[in-house]
Write a protein that binds this ligand. Structure first.
Ligand code: ZN
Length: 154
């Protein structure tokens, strides 16, 4: 628990639509594309190098399950995964977070365009990102509720 960390703070819980013992899946408040979500450990680990090995395995299994759910829900035909480890790699929020971005044909100008968009958002904490259009708290709540409900029926 780190009191200055946005992913340890209460608001991120409101965007949470799925969880297991050690991780939660939260919708991104400024999504690059519909379905853009993050897998975040409940405990404050700065990066993947700090994560105990058994949790690393649990994170991968959970990320794959959430990705499968999101690609079905958003009728996606692919997805991007990204982790930025360390400031030099573009990490801004020092709490491990794994981006999942559902994809489909022609959703961006070029298939690789998501990465620069992600970088823009990483330059500022995601939760306070001004780089991309932020959802209103009502929009975020509606999407989270819909996903939470859909996830429970999986
Ligand atoms: Zn944290």
């Amino acid at each position: 628990m780190n009191k200055n960390c946005p992913f340890c703070a209460e608001p991120i819980r409101e965007a949470t639509f799925a969880e297991n013992d050690h991780f939660f899946a939260a919708y991104n408040i400024a999504p690059i594309l519909p379905g853009h979500s993050m897998i975040i450990p409940k405990k404050h680990y700065c990066g993947i190098n700090e994560l105990p090995e058994e949790l690393l395995m649990e994170m991968i299994v959970f990320a794959r399950m959430i990705t499968h759910f999101l690609t079905e829900y958003y009728h996606s035909t692919g997805f991007d995964w990204s982790i930025q480890e360390g400031e030099d790699a573009g990490q801004s929020v020092e709490h491990l977070h794994w981006h999942i971005i559902p994809r489909r044909k022609h959703d961006l100008k070029t298939p690789g365009a998501w990465y620069s968009k992600l970088q823009n958002s990483e330059n500022e904490p995601v939760i306070d990102s001004h780089a991309r259009k932020k959802l209103t708290s009502e929009e975020l709540q509606r999407i989270t509720d819909e996903l939470r409900e859909a996830f429970m029926t999986v």
